[in-house]
Ligand binder design. Structure first.
Ligand code: PLP
Length: 331
């Protein structure tokens, strides 16, 4: 079955759009750090560069996209407000950007939303609507609210400005670590991976961009493999990777440019989270450790090589932290 929301698909962003996003973002966000950690390098058997998007003001890379998109709206569009649906980090990104640009903001989250992320959205001044079982349903509710009020619906995947904005994370990574053999990127909707592909093609064409998704929510992976967007069961506990639908715009870019795509079990991602904690002094959320889980699955192929990991976020609830501490380190 093909997915909805495919009408009026925007044009793909170009690298010029990525450079424009970087100019816009320079006024709002400093570059995030990228570090390599000897204990982690030893554990993995490669030189591993971690791009710390967990150090963003909302705790995740998505804020690059939200700010880029809000900056592109006219004053009239901003006054009309924005609406978004999210399990958490897209919500915080749009709410943060809306506050920066003085736009009213409504966020739809599942009833079961991570309380840390829900509290953060409220604190940013957005109106929070807790409705729907999970993300895919929230997305439909948000689009409907926007249609009723005339606000701008900000999709979490099919938005060229979001992709151009988040592409700046990989661009910064290549500036710090220009000789990467591979860059592992977590995939939910695919904006982060699509953006990384655009930046890699322009400034690091020899670097393989590799996507990582949960085997418990494989819609993007199977769409990429099969060549057309499909829906799949969405059972992952890894919030940032939780989607049952594929998003057409990032899929189109990934189909052309992504070198490889890995599916990993949620338990492997939790184990990588534990390793990030003990070997890289980093409290990553599950999605933020998925890239490391991907590298661990390919450690023989990348032994002795230079590898980048996008640590996409660090918004961990206390319940999740307890789960991580109860998880064994990777074998
Ligand atoms: C949204 C998110 C992802 C997935 O990014 P997409 O652009 O949707 O593929 C990964 N990690 C974190 C922390 C996220 O918030």
């Amino acid at each position: 079955m093909t997915t909805s929301h495919s009408a009026a698909l925007p044009d793909e962003p170009t690298f010029t759009d990525v450079l424009e996003a970087r100019r816009v973002l320079a006024a709002h966000l400093p570059p995030t750090p990228a570090w390599t950690y000897p204990v982690l390098n030893e554990a993995v058997g490669a030189t591993v560069w971690i791009k710390h998007e967990n150090a963003q003001p909302v705790g995740a890379f998505k804020v690059r996209g939200g700010l880029t998109l809000l900056a592109s709206l006219s004053p009239g569009q901003r006054a009309g407000g924005v609406v978004a649906a999210s399990t958490g980090n897209h919500a915080q990104s749009v709410a943060y950007a809306a506050r920066q640009f003085g736009a009213p903001c409504t966020i739809v989250m599942p009833q079961s939303a991570n309380p840390v992320k829900a509290a953060a959205v409220r604190a940013l001044g957005a109106e929070l609507v807790l409705r729907g079982e999970h993300f895919d349903e929230c997305r439909r509710i948000a689009a409907q609210l926007a249609a009723e009020s005339g606000a701008r619906y900000v999709d979490s995947g099919n938005e060229a400005k979001l992709i151009a904005g988040v592409a700046t994370a990989a661009l910064e990574m290549f500036e710090v670590a220009p000789r990467l053999d591979a860059l592992f990127v977590p995939v939910g909707s695919g904006t982060g991976a699509a953006g990384a592909c655009l930046s890699a093609r322009a400034v690091a064409p020899d670097c393989r961009v590799i996507g990582v998704q949960s085997a418990q929510a494989p819609a993007a992976y199977e769409s990429w493999r099969g060549g057309s967007p499909v829906q799949r069961p969405n059972k992952t506990v890894i919030e940032g990777l939780s989607t049952g639908e594929a998003f057409h715009l990032p899929q189109r870019i990934m189909r052309a440019l992504l070198a490889d795509f890995l599916l990993l079990d949620d338990t492997e991602i939790r184990a990588a989270q534990r390793l990030m904690l003990v070997a890289a002094h980093t409290m990553a959320e599950g999605a933020g450790a998925a890239a490391l889980a991907g590298l661990l699955a390919r450690r023989e192929q990348y032994a002795g090589r230079n590898v980048g990991l996008i640590c996409s976020g660090g918004n961990v609830s206390e319940a999740e932290l307890s789960a991580v501490l109860g998880t064994p380190l990777p074998a």
